[in-house]
Design a protein. Structure first.
Length: 365
């Protein structure tokens, strides 16, 4: 019995030693690659740290410094690479405007922080980063997904700083938007454990198993840059805090909306399906991504009339019951349906860019 225990003990020690060595090697390789990637990101004009106090946020600028408008892109939850993933959409906007990508704390090339990511704190970070980079506004905010929560608060509290807001499938806020979902967003010990592993470099093994995969219209360079941005802050403390605060941030943003005349445009994709052709077009696009990324079984491109009718009815109901009351509460907001993926700026970048450009033309400048 004692002999067996000794053998088991030796095996455990060997396994622990192997795991330790593997972790050390992983971390060293991760740091070396991270430094190399930073050089490449800087060469592509993506690295521009700006101090906001105890840490720095990255502020990448593209387009015309003296352009008609200053457009501020605001990423969705956990999306580190919007300065790459949105560029196919913003290409047409950069011809006459300055497009600015501000990485929130713990995102992309920005520093991480232990500070609580409340609604007010995040918006103040945006404001400080822009001012400290020499951009006084007024700004056109261009939020995607949860970025819309912060834009909603910003335009309500500081309307004088905002020329217009373009929501790209922004989070649809309502009185009960997050009721019952608080536990889903709360960080657990498993989340913190996973975050620790990511910071040690295990994020490089996990990247392709994450929720995000690149669409078929990406170049190899775009994929490299996107990966480099996504890996750097995977598992950041600020992201965990932001995720946990999402329900309270969303509720507070909705409750404190002050209706105003600042021009707003809401591009609705997830709930934007209006015809059978819309849905089939989306299924075909999804199948291309499934095939390219080897994700498994493809989706049926010929759904039944019953399934399509149910989807279209749900979309219409959600737009009418939830989205429109939110847009009306903000005031002066135009709704345009561009059906497709939540990251519609990747699926239909040119169409999305054209819609925004048309909106900008009406603003003048």
């Amino acid at each position: 019995m004692n002999k067996a225990l000794k053998i088991i003990g030796k095996i455990m020690l060997i396994l622990l030693a192997v795991l330790f060595i593997f972790t050390v090697v992983t971390y060293i390789v991760h740091r070396v690659k991270t430094n190399k990637e930073l050089d490449v990101l800087q060469q592509n004009g993506l690295y521009n740290p700006v101090s906001v106090g105890d840490y720095s946020l990255n502020v990448a600028k593209f387009g015309k410094e003296d352009g008609k408008h200053t457009i501020v892109a605001m990423a969705g939850l956990g999306m580190d690479d919007c300065s790459v993933s949105m560029r196919q959409m913003t290409a047409c906007l950069e011809e006459d405007n300055l497009v600015v990508f501000v990485d929130r704390a713990g995102y992309g090339l920005s520093d991480d922080t232990n500070n609580e990511m409340t609604l007010e704190y995040i918006v103040e970070d945006y404001r400080k980063a822009l001012r400290n980079s020499g951009l006084e506004g007024p700004y056109i905010l261009m939020p995607h997904s949860v970025g819309g929560v912060y834009a909603t608060h910003w335009v309500s509290k500081y309307p004088e700083e905002i020329e217009a807001v373009v929501f790209i499938d922004g989070t649809q806020l309502s009185e009960n938007a997050y009721v019952g979902d608080e536990d889903e967003y709360a960080s657990t010990w498993a989340d913190y454990a996973m975050a620790s592993l990511m910071k040690l470099g295990f994020s490089r093994y996990m990247l392709r198993y994450d929720f995000y995969l690149y669409p078929d219209n990406y170049t190899p360079n775009e994929q490299y840059l996107g990966d480099a941005l996504s890996i750097r802050n995977m598992g950041s403390t600020a992201k965990l805090s932001e995720n946990a605060n999402t329900p309270s941030n969303g509720q507070k943003a909705f409750e404190e909306i002050i209706t105003n005349d600042v021009p707003k445009l809401y591009i609705c994709s997830s709930w934007g399906f209006e015809t059978r052709e819309d849905f089939v077009d989306y299924l075909k696009w999804m199948n291309r991504q499934i095939e390219i990324n080897k994700l498994g079984k493809e989706k049926n491109e010929n759904p039944t009339d019953e399934k399509v009718a149910k989807l279209l009815e749900q979309c219409e109901e959600l737009r009418t019951a939830e989205l429109l009351p939110y847009l009306n509460k903000m005031g002066n907001c135009q709704l345009i349906c561009l059906s497709g993926d939540h990251m519609i700026y990747e699926q239909k970048p040119e169409e999305c860019g054209d819609i925004i450009n048309e909106f900008l033309d009406k603003l003048g400048g």
